[in-house]
Design a binder for this molecule. Sequence first.
Ligand SMILES: [Zn+2]
Length: 148
Amino acid sequence: MRDDYPKPLTVGDGAPFWEFCRRHELRVQRCESCGRYRHHPRPRCPNCRSDAFAWAECSGKGSVYSYTICHPPVLPAFADAVPYNVAVIELAEGPFMVSNVVDCPNEDLFVGMAVELCFVEIDEELTIPQFRPVQEPRATNEGPSSPT
Ligand SMILES: [Zn+2]
């Protein structure tokens, strides 16, 4: 990894989020008063203003809400990756998360695409949540088993 790769802050409201990612757990804040999930991390619920929350694990399911394709100029750390996508993922739990869709050519991306979580380890300290198209179950020639 390049030395100029941008890193998230390791202090503040978002620090636990990144620590959970290192453990391959996607957790967002869930208000303990009204039950709403939220992301990015912040001290109070934007819905009811409560400061009581827990870090709730997400299913990893979501869909592409919007996306763009990045072309030069980009940060030097990402120059070799262009053109790459940046997507807004609507998590099944409700919050939006800015990420990338991997294992998918940019021209195949579309709004509404069902995606699932995958973690990408940038280095020993940073693991980032990314998403890939949901893999369709393989078709088989066998029909469903029938009771006998
Ligand atoms: Zn709330």
